[in-house]
Structures are given as structure tokens and as C-alpha cells.
Design a binder for this molecule. Structure first.
Ligand code: SAH
Ligand code: SF4
Ligand code: F3S
Length: 449
């Protein structure tokens, strides 16, 4: 047990009495990206290994954990609003509020001052100690803050998983320092999880009937452990018995190489889907963002993917209104969107993040940013609907994942496009389907006759 100044040392007696007491229950609410969702599963596994009980209804929980995101101001505002709403919940005796994740790392002290009812604040690399800290807090009613970053990868922690699809973290942190992005500051330096631990986890998952697994990292192409690089890992993992589909998220365009494209092309289990964040279609803005590629490079990369894998799905992230972006430069981004026709795009307005390089740049006006976002959303909607219409009458392999509204079932194509079938179908069924209708943006499929 740690003996630092914040940690009480237990006597044998208190250790014993602690173990005879019933351990409290916890509820966990997650904001942010898939990495954060995966981290919530890790936290759950650590607490359950220490006899804490995970429950789905916060009303009956003794501990309320909020896993937070810092990527945009909006994400932080939502998490802060949620914490604020827990004041009453926390009023009952022996209830504890825990705030973890990227925002806890970024502004732990501010949260502690603003919300006196928060008992424990942990950054993304401190989850191993969560049970130990909670034990102390219940015993001594102290408050603990621990936000140090380290080389933690939680390699040996295998969360309890269920369902048809799930995610596995293969690395943590990021070294790219895109000038707008807070992630490298709140998640620390890039480090890869040992390949054998990833393999063990994936074998366990495939044994428990998870059929579609996504390997996760801020930049999966930078995976490197011993002599295993990312394409090596893909090929290793894809051998797992029982695994039907393998995906990965996110690829930094500068690092997505031939060997990975070839692995997707040649290996049947690896799905033909690339999430390739463009961010901007203008070279000057890309330089200011520190993205380390040009518009031409990105165009050629997409061309290479499509030449090798004609039915590949390509999705992207775009930021509008980066400081100093002119209307003409914004038009270049629109130009790239209409030229490439991404199958889907996550479109964000630039959000200044304190501590990043771009925070020092003068922001554009709210009105300009809002207007650009509105325009770009409408352009992508048209592209997405056109792409959906092109799928009409075509055959796709669909893996059914679970129920949708009105007794329907939802599933995904290999390209990660959602389709709905107006029928009840057992999750896990894999079948060729024909797209028969586009309702709004939703694709409706039927069985091949
Ligand atoms: N590692 C991934 C994703 C990181 S966060 C990558 O490199 O693409 C997901 C997306 O959030 C980013 O791709 C970017 O489009 C967006 N994002 C990050 N910081 C942002 C900011 N300050 N303002 C607006 N969008 C941001
Ligand atoms: Fe952020 Fe860039 Fe790293 Fe993605 S690659 S997490 S956008 S710094
Ligand atoms: Fe993810 Fe948000 Fe952290 S996007 S890495 S939870 S800042």
C-alpha cells in the first residue's frame, strides 16, 4: 500500500474490519470518446476486482463516478453541468462523488474548489488506485486528488465485456501536439500496450461471443511494441478464433502506410473502413494546426486507398473556424469534402483550449464560426444522403448488433455504415443484405432473396 502523504496506512485491525464490511456500489457516467468509454470499463473492472458493485441506477448507488472529456469547451461544460446537478444526490450520508478522466486531469483544483462535495479526483493514469483511495475516503472522510501522468497502459486489466461489438485500447497518449488539441496534455506521451496482453484480451472477448472488435488509439498507426508494429498487430489479432470483424480507430493521415492498407486489402477479417481526420483542406491552416501533411498528400492517400480497396469507406473529422481561416481557405475544405465525398464526417467548430499552442491565436468571431459550421453540415448531409442512395439495390454483409425501434434490428456493414431491418433478428447473425430504401439518412435493408 502506498505511503505518500495523502495515503493513510491501515493497521491490521482496520484492514480486517474493512474486509468484513459490505463493499459499496457505484454508478459510472461517461463523457467523451471511445477511449474514455474503454477507460470506464477498466475502472469498473478494477472496482469489481475489489468487491465494489457496479449498478445501473444512480439512485441506489453509494458512489457516483463521472468520467470526463476536455476536447472542446462544450464537452467540459456538459460534464461540469452534470457534476453541479449532483449536489443534492451527494447530500445523503455516506455517498461519494468521484470525478475522473481528461477534465479531472486538466482542472482538478478548480473542480475541487467549485464543488466541495466531490471526494475524489483522478487523472487518466491513476485508476489502478481507485479502490484503495475509495476505501480511504470511506474510512477517513478525506478528499484525494491524484492527476500525475505516467507510462500506465492498464495492460493486464481485462474488463468484463459482453455484446456483439466492443473496443480494445492498444495504446494511450499522443505525441503529435496538433496546435488546437488538449489530448497530449491530459493523456500524456504515447505508449503502446504489450501485444501479448492485447492478444489475450481479444481471445477472451472472442470467446465471450464478441464478433466485431475495434482497436483503439489516438493514432493507432504509431503502435509499436518490441518488434510488433501496427500492421503486424493487425495480422496477429486477426488470427483470433471466433473473431469475425476487426477495425481500428483513429488513423493519423501522416502515419497510415502501405503495410496497413495492404493488411486491410488482404486480410478478410479486417474491415474496409478508414477514419482519416482531414481537419482542414487548406495547406496554410494544416501547417498552423501542425498536422504534418498537405492537401495533395491527403488526396493521394485517399486515391491509394481507393485504388487498392475500391469499396473502402472513408470517414473524417473537420474543424471549422480555426484562428485566421479565411472564407477562401474554408472553401478549400468544402472543395476537399465534395471531391473526396467522405461517407461520414464529424464536423466541429474550433474551440480554444487553454495551454495549447493555438490558444494564443486570435479567434474568429462566433458568428463566422457558427455560419461556417452550419454550411459545412448541410454540405456533408447532402453527400451522406447521396452516398446512401448509391448503396440502393447493392448487396452488403451485415452483422446484426441489437434491437432498433418498432421491432426492427440494427446492424453494420463492414464499412461501419448502420442499416436497419424491419424484423427481429438475433444479435450476432451475419448475413448478406440488399439495401432497399433510404428513409431520411437511414438505410433499410432486406435479406437477399
Ligand atoms: N486522435 C484523433 C482524434 C482526437 S479528438 C485524431 O488525431 O484525429 C477527435 C476530434 O476532435 C479531432 O479529430 C478534431 O477534429 C476534434 N478536435 C480536437 N480538438 C479540438 C478543438 N480544440 N476544437 C474543435 N475540435 C477539436
Ligand atoms: Fe489531438 Fe492531434 Fe493527437 Fe489527434 S493526433 S489526439 S488531434 S494531438
Ligand atoms: Fe477522449 Fe475527450 Fe479525453 S476526446 S481522450 S475523453 S479529451
Amino acid at each position: 500500500m502506498s505511503t505518500n502523504s495523502k495515503t493513510r496506512i491501515y493497521t491490521e485491525e482496520s484492514e480486517q474490519s474493512r474486509h468484513t464490511q459490505k463493499k459499496p456500489s457505484f454508478y459510472i457516467k461517461t463523457f467523451g470518446c471511445q477511449m474514455n468509454k474503454n477507460d470506464s470499463s477498466i475502472i469498473t473492472a478494477i472496482l469489481e476486482n475489489n468487491d465494489y458493485k457496479c449498478i445501473q441506477d444512480p439512485c441506489c448507488a453509494d458512489i457516483y463516478i463521472i468520467n470526463t472529456c476536455s476536447v472542446r469547451e462544450h464537452a467540459e461544460r456538459r460534464a461540469l453541468g452534470h457534476i453541479s446537478s449532483l449536489k443534492k444526490w451527494a447530500d445523503k450520508p455516506d455517498r461519494k462523488v468521484v470525478v475522473v478522466g481528461c477534465m479531472a486531469k486538466r482542472i482538478a483544483d478548480d473542480i475541487a474548489i467549485r464543488f466541495p462535495f466531490v471526494d475524489l479526483l483522478l487523472g487518466p493514469d491513476s485508476y489502478r488506485k481507485i479502490a484503495e483511495f475509495l476505501d480511504q475516503i470511506f474510512d477517513t472522510k478525506t478528499r484525494i486528488i491524484e492527476t500525475k501522468l505516467s507510462d500506465e497502459v492498464y495492460g493486464d486489466i481485462f474488463p468484463n465485456r459482453s455484446g456483439i461489438t466492443d473496443f480494445v485500447s492498444i495504446m494511450r497518449g499522443c505525441d503529435n501536439f496538433c496546435t488546437y488539441c488538449i489530448v497530449p496534455y491530459v493523456r500524456g506521451r504515447v505508449r503502446s500496450r504489450p501485444a501479448l496482453e492485447i492478444m489475450s484480451e481479444i481471445q477472451n472477448m472472442a470467446r465471450s461471443d464478441i464478433k466485431d472488435i475495434t482497436l483503439l488509439g489516438q493514432n493507432v498507426n504509431a503502435y509499436s511494441y518490441g518488434n510488433v508494429d501496427f500492421s503486424g498487430l493487425l495480422n496477429m489479432v486477426s488470427q483470433t478464433p471466433g473473431l469475425v470483424r476487426l477495425r481500428f480507430l483513429t488513423s493519423h493521415p501522416k502515419d497510415l502506410d502501405e503495410t496497413t492498407i495492404n493488411a486491410v486489402k488482404e486480410n478478410d477479417k479486417i474491415c474496409e473502413w478508414f477514419h482519416l481526420p482531414l481537419q482542414s483542406g487548406c495547406d496554410r491552416i494544416l501547417r498552423l494546426m501542425n498536422r504534418k501533411y498537405t492537401k495533395k498528400y491527403f488526396q493521394e492517400l485517399v486515391q491509394r486507398i481507393r485504388q487498392n480497396i475500391p469499396d473502402a469507406t472513408i470517414t473524417t473529422d473537420i474543424i471549422v473556424g480555426f484562428p485566421s481561416e479565411t472564407e477562401e481557405e474554408f472553401q478549400e475544405t468544402i472543395g476537399m469534402m465534395t471531391e473526396i465525398e467522405f461517407d461520414n464526417a464529424y464536423l466541429y467548430r474550433y474551440s480554444p483550449r487553454q495551454g495549447t499552442q493555438a490558444f494564443k491565436y486570435e479567434s474568429l468571431s462566433e458568428q463566422v464560426i457558427k455560419d461556417r459550421l452550419k454550411r459545412i453540415i448541410s454540405i456533408q448531409n447532402t453527400i451522406t444522403v447521396n452516398k446512401a442512395r448509391q448503396m440502393l439495390g447493392q448487396k452488403y454483409e451485415v452483422l446484426f448488433e441489437g434491437p432498433a425501434r418498432h421491432n426492427a434490428t440494427r446492424g453494420k456493414t463492414r464499412g461501419n455504415i448502420e442499416v436497419i431491418v424491419d424484423k427481429e433478428i438475433a444479435p450476432g447473425v451475419l448475413s448478406d443484405m440488399i439495401i432497399k430504401e433510404v428513409r431520411g439518412r437511414t438505410l433499410i435493408a432486406e435479406f437477399v432473396k
